[in-house]
Design a protein around this ligand. Structure first.
Ligand SMILES: Nc1ncnc2c1ncn2[C@@H]1O[C@H](COP(=O)(O)OP(=O)(O)O)[C@@H](O)[C@H]1O
Ligand SMILES: [Mg+2]
Length: 243
């Protein structure tokens, strides 16, 4: 589904990613872990096509397409989802309208507000989100946990093929963490979604069980393994990897 080959990325004329190789197949959960500044978010932003990150070498193939030739919105429509990919506050746009717009675009349909409400309500009940939530304006005055719920609602509406969840668990209480994990696990079982979880804590891995764990250090993947690698990191930190 996703194949990253020898990827090198610069930002501010500095090489951040120094030859990343990573393959993610359908329905797999990969976890990318590493110390601060190791290049995790750089990889996520590069996958979504953020203009500050320049690919100097290598390639990214997503479902047989050259991802690097697609614009950010085309990447989203072709099934890539990054949490934080939308502006944090959009004044005057209700959540319902925002989500209806992206749903219609993704599915090339023009559902009326009433028809869309049925779909939205089903997704909200999966996440246990209350009805009054969606009449609020997008992210205005949202707490950290509410922003995350919003992102997860967006993910359920988009039904991506691959979700990239960057620092999913930073600052979340257990309640919000559970909501997030439920959304991810729901899509894994109902749509075969693949996931790339980027984190520096292992806490989230109690709720989202990884198939593969990769350790990034200074722009290079220094080790890959199964879930046991996360347990190792939990106990020993990144020190054995040279930090
Ligand atoms: N937009 C940017 N401009 C300049 N330097 C950046 C930018 N984004 C990231 N960096 C630098 O790239 C390195 C990796 O950052 P990042 O990918 O955010 O790490 P992580 O997410 O693993 O903490 C850091 O040294 C950071 O300072
Ligand atoms: Mg980061």
């Amino acid at each position: 589904m996703l194949k990253i080959k020898q990827l090198k990325v610069n930002t501010d004329n500095k090489e951040i990613l120094k030859g990343i190789n990573l393959t993610i197949n359908k329905n797999e959960v990969h976890v990318l872990m590493g110390p601060n500044g190791s290049g995790k978010s750089t990889l996520a932003q590069t996958l979504m096509g953020h203009p500050n990150y320049h690919v100097t070498d290598g390639e990214i193939i997503f479902e047989d397409k050259n991802l690097l030739e697609l614009k950010s919105n085309e990447r989203a429509l072709s099934g890539l989802f990054l949490s934080f990919q939308y502006p944090s506050e959009v004044t005057g746009v209700s959540i319902t309208n925002f989500l209806r717009t992206i749903y219609n675009k993704k599915n090339a349909v023009k559902l009326s507000p009433i028809k869309f409400r049925e779909i939205l309500q089903e997704k909200m009940s999966i996440l246990g989100i209350s009805q009054d939530f969606t009449s609020r304006y997008l992210n205005e005055g949202f707490s950290g946990g509410e922003k995350k719920k919003m992102e997860m609602l967006q993910m359920l509406i988009m039904e991506p093929k691959l979700a990239i969840l960057d620092e999913l668990d930073s600052g979340l209480d257990i309640d919000a963490l559970k909501t997030v994990s439920e959304a991810v696990n729901y899509l894994r079982t109902t749509t075969n979604m693949s996931v790339l979880v980027i984190t520096h804590y292992t806490r989230i891995l109690n709720y989202i069980i990884p198939d593969f764990v990769h350790v990034i250090k200074d722009g290079v993947l220094v080790k890959s393994g199964g879930k046991e690698l996360a347990d190792e990191l939990e106990q020993q930190g990144y020190a054995p990897f040279g930090e």
